[in-house]
Ligand binder design. Structure first.
Ligand code: CP
Length: 331
């Protein structure tokens, strides 16, 4: 494996194979598998789970890693093509990424959406450039429209919980004071569709995911025997649900316009998950979220602290699935 950028690049069988390897590495640790291998980690944006789990995963496999946070102790990196670099950035990714890649055996990069131009972000313009600049195996640690490591960990979490392939999976928009990127909702929607689930996207008017993202998920559902629908009626969405995956995202129709997005979301503070949301769901329905989560803004304490919440298990599972990716790439 030379690239881990999008679950859509893999067949269902290849994903199941990676999940089996994750389980195997958990049951039978291989502390010498990656001795002598170096993983470079570049974080253009903050992280807690991704940063820690990749470093720990590499160490547990016997390898080593280094972390670059551009602009924090290292040169700020310019990402715009044809930029006149008379601002804060002293170096361009066109030099920075190949140089870093030359020091290591694989590179992981986190580069969130620019958040200004929806089409550019849907096209993964920045990550596409990074991909072309990197001549070593490359891992997407969250790009404009994807977070495959999170998606793989969430798939594993549902397998562990024995949530059936055909179960009802509700991806619901939840409130956040700011417009957040579309990477996790896009990756989550696609993952659940690829797993073969009955997927419903619940979102207020104005927050429908872009047609390109819905179409990609519907294609995956068609191949796996699942389904994808959307509604603004979260009560009907949650009827009979096995899983509620809560996620915050910005309004695609006001992409890059924080003021217009803010006006749209101002009346939506009740889109904060509490126990009442589960009234029509299955009794043991689970609450998933990729974290970080704002308590009592996106999800109420009573849910996060109750038996439905599996958010910490999702985070824990990042370690196992990323170790599987690293093992497949580097061993
Ligand atoms: N879910 C996730 O990617 O967490 P971090 O942003 O903390 O890495």
């Amino acid at each position: 494996m030379n690239r881990f950028l999008d679950l859509a690049d893999f067949s269902r069988e290849q994903v199941l194979d990676l999940l089996a390897l994750a389980q195997s590495l958990q049951d039978h640790p291989q502390p010498h598998a990656l001795v002598g291998k170096i993983l470079g980690l570049v974080f253009f944006n903050p992280s807690l789970r991704t940063l820690a789990s990749f470093q720990v995963g590499m160490s547990r496999l016997g390898g080593d890693s280094f972390v670059i946070t551009p602009g924090q102790g290292t040169w700020q990196l310019e990402t715009r093509l044809n930029a006149v670099m008379n601002g804060a950035a002293a170096e361009h990714v066109r030099e920075g990424i190949p140089v870093l890649a030359s020091y290591c055996d694989a590179l992981g990069v986190r580069a969130f959406a620019d958040g200004k131009n929806l089409q550019n972000d849907l096209n993964e313009t920045l990550f596409g450039m990074i991909d072309r600049l990197c001549d070593k195996p490359l891992i997407n640690m969250e790009s404009a429209m994807n977070h495959p490591c999170q998606a793989l960990a969430d798939w594993r979490t549902m397998d562990e919980l024995r949530i059936p392939k055909r179960a009802k999976f509700v991806l619901s928009w939840v409130y956040h004071p700011k417009m957040l990127p579309l990477a996790v909702p896009s990756a989550t929607l696609h993952m659940a569709a690829m797993r073969g689930m009955e997927v419903v996207v619940a979102r207020p008017e104005g927050f429908a995911l872009p047609p390109e993202i819905m179409a990609k998920a519907r294609l995956a559902a068609a191949a796996s025997g699942g389904s994808v629908s959307e509604t603004s009626d979260r009560v009907s969405a949650l009827a009979g649900a096995n899983v509620l995956y809560a996620k915050e995202w910005g309004s695609p129709q006001h992409y890059g316009d924080a003021e217009a997005d803010g006006r749209l979301r101002a009346d939506l503070v009740d889109w904060c998950v509490n126990e009442r949301w589960f009234a029509g769901a299955l009794p043991d329905a689970k609450l998933m979220h990729c974290l970080p989560v704002r308590r009592n803004v996106a999800v109420a304490d009573e849910v996060l602290d109750g038996p439905r919440a599996v958010v910490k298990r999702e985070a824990f599972n990042r370690l196992a699935v990323q170790m599987a990716v690293l093992h497949r790439m580097l061993s």
